[in-house]
Design a binder for this molecule. Sequence first.
Ligand code: RNT
Ligand code: ZN
Length: 425
Amino acid sequence: MKTYGNIESIEAAYELAKEAYGKFGINADAVVEAALEIPISVQCWQGDDVTGFEGADGISGGGILATGNYPGRARNGDELRADAEFAFSLIPGKKRFSLHMFYAETGGKKVDRDELEPEHFTTWMAWSRTKEIPLDFNPSFFSHPLANDGYTLASADPAIRRFWIRHAAASRKIASAFGANQGSPSVTNIWIPDGSKDLPADRLSPRRRLKEALDEILDVPQDPRTITDAVESKLFGIGSESYVAGSHDFYLAYATARQIKVCLDMGHFHPTENIADKISAALLFVPGLLIHFSRGVRWDSDHVPLFSDELREVCREIIRRNIQNKIDFALDFFDASINRIAAWTIGARSLRKALLEALLEPSGLLLEAEEAGKLHERLGLLEEFKTLPFSAVWDKLCLDAKVPVGTDWLGKIADYEAQTLSKRK
Ligand code: RNT
Ligand code: ZN
């Protein structure tokens, strides 16, 4: 693979770009720095097709499913950590790592999900400290015998419900240990698959049970300096096509009432609905948002996000209002049909790219035109800003962050595949 360019030409192109942005009052140097500072939470589950370490072997179940069989899936904690570290070397800027409960390391001992303790994440926490990668967390309400009938926290069976309440409580305790270990809150996201394949006769009771279960879980006090709670809605899933108990309306109301964060997943709405417009509305009522950056193709397919209009719109919406401190930026996709490290790299780089682009936008001028009632000017500027020399600044950002510029990361992936992934049989 040819290398993308030499340092001199990247710097020279950047100087010209800097001048172009400078004309609109944007300081590109400062923007590059700011863009690198925004943490992106990388999802561990892309590395192993949402399998976990319980020996489930590729069955994710519970409304989500990784498809494809590209060789080289990480099979244990050491492989997953090694793959993630390698991906991090290709992704510019600050990173976090998001775990699920079923990535506990129990040393071969069977410990059910309601009995896991912080000690089962000792290796993860040590790694997090050494690599300075803070951890986020997710209780795992799927791929488990007690999730087989499609209901967990909203289950009509009190024994099943109890199990999952204990599971969530254990997760929050572990997340809080992460938070203490890393000195900042671990963002802990509750997503449950609960729903019905066909038309339910009673839509209310599961939601009432879900509300009561969540109350019980969140009533257990945890130090807010160590954990931030979030709840994630969904429109439908595989096997829950007709009804999902934890819908957007449900969680928006719930999070408002409890003053916790709402998680908006880009793939969890109607295919033509973009979450960009929901951000300002929700933030008037909830303390913050967790965003799962994903790309739905016709449905909630969890494809790798690209530098798409949808993703760029979401980033612009956040940056224009300068509300990035209220947003947790997280990735959520799982594609087993391509090299998994490339999937991480493409998804995370697209998000960083969209953040950079949004930060470079001279949005103050748009606002001025709007406030002055010069709407033709607003439209004209909006259109002109699209073709400012953004890519030169992106290359410079990668250079500054000491990650491969342009397509250079592809060669590194090929080497890692030859040396490491291809040996996993
Ligand atoms: C599922 C949700 C959830 C999961 C991960 C694995 O539809 O998007 O966020 O993808 O927790
Ligand atoms: Zn999600």
